[in-house]
Design a protein. Structure first.
Length: 365
C-alpha cells in the first residue's frame, strides 16, 4: 500500500486538521481531536472514538489487508482516493458487525462517517453527484440494449411507469402517451418484463426486483457540467416551466443528493452540485449555452437528459424541506432513489432507511 511522503505524525496532524475543518459549522457532522492520531466522530447525537489512518490510495486489496491486520476499534481512513470497490467492501464489512466501524475521507470529495447506530455523508468541492461511480468525473450514458429484460427507452419507461403507481398499474396506452412512444413498443417492453418475472399476472410490478433491475440500466442520455446555477429569470427564459409540476407538464426538475435529502433521505450532504434534468436534447443544449459548459472540477451544476420522459413530466415539490433550487420542483422520489442506487458505496444503505412519507408516493425499493 502506497504511503504519503511525510512522517507519520505529520500525516496524522494534517489529516485531523482537514477533518475538523471540513466538518466545522456543518449541522449534524463533527470531528474533534482527542489524541495524536485519535479523534471523536459525531453524527447527530451519536459520538464515538476512532483512530486516524492516513494513506495515499486505497484499493480493494489494501482494504482486505487492513481488515486482516488492523486492531479492533473504529478507524477513519484519510486518503487522496479510495476506489469505489474499496468503499463497497468497507460498507459490507460495517454491515456485518455490531461494533466498531470503518469511516473514510476521500479527498476527491467525500467524507463518510460510519457507526453501527448511524451514518453521515458530506460531499464537498472536488466531487459532485455526477462523479458517482466513475473515474475523472465522466458519467456513463444510456445506450440501447439487445439483451436483458429492460431494453432501451421503451423498457425503461414501462418499468418506471409501473413503479410510479405500483398499486394501480397504468395501461399500455397510458404509459405510451406519458412516455411519448408507440403502443407497440410499450407492449413489447411489458411482455419482456412479464417473461422475466418482474411483472406479476395482475400487471403490478414485482417489488423490489423491478426497481433494482431498472437501477442496473438507469443512465442519462446526455450530461454536461455547467459553470453557473440557473436563476428564476433564466429558468423562465429557457422555458423550464417551474410552475407546471402539478399538471404533469414536462419541465426542469432538480435531482441529486440534496434533493433526496429534502425528501427525507437519511444522509448528510454539503456543497454538492445540483443535478438538473431537462426534457430534451434541445433543452440541454440551450441550457449549456446560457449556463456555460464547465469542467467537472469547476462546475456549479449538472444539466442532463433522462432516459425516459417520465422524469421531467412527473415532477413534485418536497414538503416541508426546501429543494436545492427552491424555484424548481424536484424529480419524483422514485427517480431520486434510482440515482442513489448508482452509488455502490452507500446507495443501498441509504435506500434501506428511506421511506418518503407522503400520500401518492410508494416506496418500491
Amino acid at each position: 500500500m502506497a504511503k504519503l511522503r511525510a512522517r507519520p505524525e505529520q500525516q496524522a496532524d494534517a489529516a485531523v486538521e482537514e477533518l475538523t475543518a471540513l466538518t466545522r459549522g456543518n449541522r449534524g457532522l463533527a470531528v474533534r481531536r482527542t489524541g495524536p492520531d485519535e479523534v471523536t466522530l459525531a453524527v447527530g447525537d451519536v459520538t464515538w472514538p476512532a483512530r486516524v489512518l492516513v494513506r495515499n490510495a486505497v484499493s480493494v486489496r489494501d482494504v482486505r489487508d487492513l481488515l486482516a491486520t488492523e486492531a479492533r476499534g473504529s478507524t477513519i481512513i484519510v486518503a487522496n482516493q479510495l476506489s469505489d470497490e474499496a468503499k463497497t467492501l468497507l460498507t459490507t464489512h460495517n454491515r456485518s458487525r455490531r461494533a466498531d466501524g470503518w469511516s473514510w475521507l476521500d479527498r476527491r470529495g467525500e467524507l463518510q462517517l460510519n457507526h453501527p447506530a448511524t451514518a453521515g455523508t458530506l460531499q464537498f468541492p472536488g466531487a459532485s453527484p455526477a462523479d458517482r461511480g466513475s473515474a475523472g468525473g465522466a458519467w456513463p450514458l444510456a445506450s440501447p440494449r439487445s439483451d436483458g429484460p429492460i431494453r432501451g427507452r421503451a423498457g425503461i419507461s414501462a418499468a418506471a411507469a409501473l413503479l410510479l403507481t405500483p398499486d394501480d398499474p397504468p395501461s399500455i396506452r397510458a404509459i405510451a402517451r406519458a412516455a411519448g412512444m408507440s403502443h407497440g413498443a410499450i407492449g413489447e417492453a411489458l411482455q419482456l418484463l412479464r417473461a422475466a418475472g418482474l411483472v406479476v399476472p395482475t400487471g403490478a410490478p414485482e417489488r423490489p426486483d423491478l426497481f433494482w433491475a431498472l437501477a442496473a440500466v438507469w443512465r442519462p442520455t446526455r450530461v454536461a457540467p455547467v459553470a453557473e446555477l440557473p436563476t428564476p429569470a433564466v429558468a423562465k427564459r429557457l422555458h423550464a416551466d417551474a410552475d407546471g409540476a402539478a399538471e404533469d407538464r414536462p419541465g426542469w426538475c432538480v435531482a441529486g443528493d440534496e434533493a433526496a435529502q429534502a425528501w427525507g433521505a437519511p444522509m448528510f450532504v454539503g456543497g454538492s452540485r445540483p443535478w438538473i434534468w431537462v426534457p430534451t436534447e434541445a433543452d440541454a443544449r440551450r441550457a449549456e449555452r446560457v449556463l456555460v459548459t464547465a469542467s467537472w472540477n469547476d462546475c456549479r451544476a449538472v444539466v442532463a437528459v433522462p432516459p425516459t420522459a417520465l422524469v421531467t413530466a412527473r415532477r413534485v415539490r418536497p414538503e416541508p424541506d426546501p429543494a436545492p433550487l427552491p424555484f424548481l420542483p424536484t424529480a419524483h422520489p422514485l427517480f431520486l432513489a434510482l440515482d442513489l442506487a448508482q452509488d455502490p458505496a452507500r446507495g443501498r444503505e441509504v435506500l434501506e432507511q428511506w421511506d418518503p412519507d407522503r400520500p401518492g408516493i410508494t416506496r418500491v425499493w
